[in-house]
Structure formats: structure tokens, C-alpha cells
Design a protein around this ligand. Sequence first.
Ligand code: NAD
Length: 349
Amino acid sequence: MRINLALLKGDGIGPEIVDSACHVLDTVARRYSHDIAYTSLLAGGCAIDATGVPLPKETLDECLKSDSVLLGAVGGPKWDTLPGHLRPEKALLGVRKALGLYANIRPAKLYSALADRCPLRVVDDFDILIVRELTGGIYFGESGRRNGQYGEEAFDTECYSEKEIERIGRVAFEAAKKRNKKLTSIDKANVLESSRLWRETMHKLSHEYKEVEYADMLVDNAAMQLIKNPAQFDVIVTSNMFGDILSDEASQLTGSIGMLPSASLGESTRGMYEPIHGSAPDIAGKGIANPIATILSVAMMLRYSFSLEKEADCIENAVVKTLDQEYFTGDIGGKMTNNEITDKIIENL
Ligand code: NAD
């Protein structure tokens, strides 16, 4: 298979971790006779420095022509004082919007080798996939300020259409079908009308996926259950804001932010893949960043965009083996550099 990848290395540790992930990808591609072509593009702070805007038109055009996008991370203190529309993060929102990426998929998995990094005292290994709606809900509804009875008021509105709920629901049911066939939909249907439509729509959809064990859970209970017994979850589907909060909660249970990949998907097979962490300016340029989140993002890309299951398994198994051999970077209690752990993963492929 020939794959054209748009690379947005971004800022801080972005270039280091993307380079590591590309070495791993190239090795797997050679083994399975795939041909990967990369186009490196400016996005984020580096794009602001070079062109004055976080997402130059050329970058967006090339992303739209690519088969998928791999992103490192954007941002850093240098650009923190810029006005909102010129901030590095605008690049991510711009790509997500232009590519119609409405589903954010974040695995949160506790690896046996890292069990003692989990902040919970007693925990079974867990492997959760959170499917978060990414382009609707309260982050995109009507908002504003107005004069009310008691002075200035501010409001944000949550609005979801049946169509938006159904399409994210399908992504989640399909994902559950390929995993342990268990889906929990998280809402606040005891209070919010948007959540009641969410629940009704998910229930209707569940009749089409009889092989998937389906349950609803209120978001306050879900926040508690994630701490009490994370292993009870397989796939979780939820709205934009609840997903934002719960996926950060779940990620902390895995021990390090440097381990967690993510995918943003839309109607086509083209997705954007990125680690969940940021540009880590405190360690940028030192060669000590953990590249595993980005390497696992490449595995997700092979699986979700190109249906290359064997190749994705190959990368994921090599990561597990490397951790089992107790090769760790600083964030997970070791001393290895980015390059050293990348070489070990490549050896284990
Ligand atoms: P961060 O994720 O960059 O860093 C938080 C802490 O985790 C730091 O101590 C960092 O050294 C560590 N860390 C993160 N990734 C690591 C890795 N791969 N290996 C080892 N350690 C790692 O979050 P922050 O400090 O809040 O943000 C820094 C910048 O990144 C900000 O400008 C922020 O806006 C941006 N950011 C970008 C994205 C993105 O591009 N998707 C996401 C979050 C934050």
C-alpha cells in the first residue's frame, strides 16, 4: 500500500517524537512492503514564526490531499501572549474542522509493566477506549454575555442533533464490536434535555448492535466508577465536554501522559493522529521525551485509517515487550533517551 502522510511536527518535543514514530513506521512499512511518503508542514508556533499564522494555507491544502495527518504537539511559552485567533492551538482546531473530524478516540490502558505508576492502590489492568464527540455540544453552541436581573450574566448552550449523536454512536458501537463488545454511554439525562436525546438515540442504535452489551451511566457516577473500578469499562462514548474531562481523568490512571495516543476521525478514512500530551517545553531539545504516545498513534493510524491490523499489532506488541524488558524513559521511572527507547522498540518489532 502507498500512504501519503502529512507530518505536522509542531513545537517543543514535537519534532523529536514525530521523528521517532516515523523510524518505527518506516521499519514496519519495509517489513510489510508498504511505501510511505511524508510531507513535512508547518503548524503551530513554528508556523507563526515563519509565516505569521498558526495554520498556513499550504499546510491545510496538503493535509486535505494527504491520506492522514500525524501531529506532534503545538504551543509553548513563546506564543502564550498572542491574541486568541493567533494562538498555536488554532492550527489543531483548523485541521479538525477542515477535515470534518468529529470523533476523538483515546485509549487509556494500564500496562502490566507500569502497574506501580498508577495512582490507585489496588487496580486490575485496564484497557479503555474513550470515544468523545469532538465538533458539537457546549463548546460549539451559542454563548455570550448579557445584562441580567443581577448584573452581567454569561451563558453557554449545549445543543446536539440526533444525527450528530447517531454518527458518534456508530463509531463507538463499531469500535466495541472489534474489542470486548461492551459499550457504556455517559450522559446527564437526569438533568439535561440534550442528554435525554443522547440517551434515546443511543438506545435506538443499540437495537442494531445486539452483539454489544450496552449500558448508560450518569457522568457523576462515571467519574466515580473510573476511580473505583476502571477495569469495568471497555468502550465509553460521550459528549464533547464530558469526554474532555473523563479522558483526562482516565489518562492519569495509566501512570504517564507520555504513553497515550489518540485519533480524530470523520466520515472518510483520513484521520489526524497525535499523542495526547503537549509540546513539553520544559524538556524540549534534551532528547529525553517519551516517544511511545506518538509511536502508538501511528499504530492507531495503521488500524483505523488503513485497516492494517497486523502492522498495528506489530507496533503495539513491540511497545509492550520493550516495557516488559523494563526499558523506560524518565517520565515512567527510567533513564533512557528518546533515541535509545525508539531503537529498543525497533529491535522488538
Ligand atoms: P504538556 O503535556 O506539554 O506537559 C505536561 C508535563 O508532562 C511536563 O512536565 C512535560 O515535560 C511532561 N510530558 C509531556 N509529554 C511528555 C513526553 N512525551 N515525555 C515525557 N514527559 C512528557 O502540557 P503543558 O505543559 O500544560 O503544555 C505545554 C504546551 O503544550 C502549552 O503551550 C500547551 O498549550 C501545549 N499543548 C499542546 C497540545 C497539543 O498540541 N495537542 C496539547 C496540550 C498542550
